[in-house]
Design a protein. Sequence first.
Length: 307
Amino acid sequence: MNYIFSFFILLLFINPITSQSEKYKGPIIDVHIHAFDQERNAMFFGMTHPPTLRGETYKGVVSAEEQRIKTFQMMEKHNIVKAVVAGGTLWYDHHPEKILIGEQGDVKRLRSLHAQGKLHALSELSPFYAGMKADNPMMSPYYSLAEELQIPVGFHILPGGPNGGIYTVGMKKMRAYNANPLQMEDVLVKYPRMKVYIMHGGWPYLEDMKALMYAHPQVYVDIAVINWIIPEKEFHNFLKGLVDAGFGKRIMFGSDQMTWPQTIEIGINAVNNADFLTLNQKEDIFYNNAAQFFGLSDEEIKVHKGM
């Protein structure tokens, strides 16, 4: 009798741990991938990523075609059923069912793309690289367009490129002091119907990101790049901070895959390795939150989930 009682007591301790560390194997939406043009983005092809804060380097693919093929191979391997692709017009005709197109640039072109059904997000908007903040007047036409067309904005701040990118890849105007996510606050008040996701989770400004999400329920985050460029423990600390603060329904998986397709897998593993997340929380991060944010239909969700 004592043995049976002890066995059930042991199960009480084991089961919560087992359920939390269980790996998610369902459909995934990656809200942060790049498609590159062979000429315009030539510097990235064949580039070896400088050592990350994990001490890892990655050899880049050598062509735009290889980038597309290997990215979709990785998507197939990990059941990534949908991706928000910056520059997605380059890939859309190959896999229209898998691509949500993110674009930037000329506003007239963006309007035209939207009229053709080929614009699903303004992403990524990155005044950060030009040494500007979110409230720079040059950004106003994009916010107005996003609010008018009711398409989300992906707003890019730190990490901007590789660690030390000012020196290693020529990002001369990038400044860490321009990276605080609270720079979006006046913009959000001015454009209250604009949906925004802060790329890279607003790292490392955890407390300020919590404040912004608390005050503005239309703000989501993606966790792209921080799930492979910083140490996993630091990523987990940041992610746990957002989840514990009550924002688990507004966190979306992203990889920020550029020319290093293996980073998709590393990012997925980093989330699955987070033993403080339940399986349901992982499902929200990997799929449900993005499906809701980007307005996927009930029918498409059922197909993705095999229902």
